[in-house]
Design a protein around this ligand. Structure first.
Ligand SMILES: [Fe+2]
Ligand SMILES: [Fe+2]
Length: 308
């Protein structure tokens, strides 16, 4: 075996759990923005996002025995504590292990101002974050050195008004990200960035970008300059891949979505890296209604997947 193959690692990426609430939410918890999210869950998203789909997908993810699993946010739907308790339990029962899992927040995990101010994600997912981790002013990016790669997990999520699911990345976090990649002790490792919001304009429609995009994208891309890196993101609930400068930007659908559309059906990505970069990218789609031995469809990922 050549040394490149010996130094390869595999990362599995999944995102956006979005399970419907399986218990009655007290009305007082639905004041403000949460009532909109509850209505969306009840009358729209809750019909296709299913626990059985998520648990099936988790079974496949665990069977991959990857070196690292990335979960890029929207763990909850409304950032309620019982959602964190239940989702954390589901992840635990699946066989995933916190030591080999890197979890970052999505916009739904900072759904209300209170959830943001009280760090409900960091409290609710504390079992899945590094021991003693504190969001604080400089908690993110989370950093993981792993063989030929260094992984930086960003937090792009803050509370926004009810009309917005947009993210935000500030200059201090961008600076800390660049410092990680400039660290001499990490020289020779391939940079992998995990983030919830994708680092590009969602579409030409300004209103759409205002509602769902990432404020600070231009600053992030400018700071990264000609850095070669792989970016793994969620948020769009779509299989997508595009090249932005030297960035290979890969999105994964929601992990619980039961649909026949191949771009949005529940899936995870399997990414194989050497220190020269991504050497293989596969998507594993779940067909939840097939026999268990045929329910996963593994395909090689094209270089570009247009998601607009
Ligand atoms: Fe989402
Ligand atoms: Fe999101």
């Amino acid at each position: 075996m050549n040394s490149d193959a010996e130094n390869q690692i595999r990362i599995v990426h999944f995102s956006d759990l979005h399970l419907p609430l399986n218990r009655l939410v007290p009305p007082w918890r639905l004041l403000g923005k949460r009532v909109l999210g509850w209505a969306n869950l009840t009358f729209n998203r809750g019909k296709t996002h299913q626990l059985r789909v998520l648990t099936q997908l988790l079974g496949g993810i665990v069977d991959e025995k990857a070196d690292l699993v990335l979960l890029t946010g929207d763990i909850t739907s409304l950032a309620l504590q019982f959602e964190y308790d239940e989702l954390s339990g589901i992840l635990n029962e699946s066989g995933l292990e916190p030591e080999t899992t890197l979890v970052i927040p999505g916009n739904h995990d900072r759904y209300t101002l209170g959830a943001d101010l009280t760090n409900s994600f960091e409290r609710g997912m504390s079992d899945w974050l590094p021991a003693g981790f504190s969001r604080g002013d400089n908690g993110y990016p989370l950093k993981r050195e792993l063989g030929p790669v260094v992984v930086a997990g960003l937090s792009t999520s803050i509370w926004r008004n009810p009309a917005r699911a947009a993210g935000y990345i500030d200059d201090p976090q961008i600076h800390r990200l660049i410092e990680i990649f400039k660290d001499d002790s990490l020289a020779g490792r391939w940079p992998v960035i995990a983030m919830h919001h994708p680092p590009f304009k969602r579409s030409a429609a300004l209103l759409h970008d205002y509602r769902t995009g990432l404020d600070g994208t231009d600053n992030l891309l400018e700071a990264l300059g000609d850095t070669k890196a792989t970016v793994c993101h969620g948020h769009m609930h779509l299989a997508s891949r595009r090249q932005i400068g030297n960035l290979d930007v890969i999105g994964v659908p929601s992990a619980s979505n039961n649909t026949a559309n191949p771009q949005t059906q529940a899936a995870y990505n399997v990414l194989t890296f050497s220190n020269r970069g991504l050497v293989r990218a596969q998507t594993v789609r779940l067909h939840p209604n097939r026999e268990p031995e045929h329910c996963f469809e593994r395909i090689e990922m094209p270089k570009e997947i247009n998601a607009d």
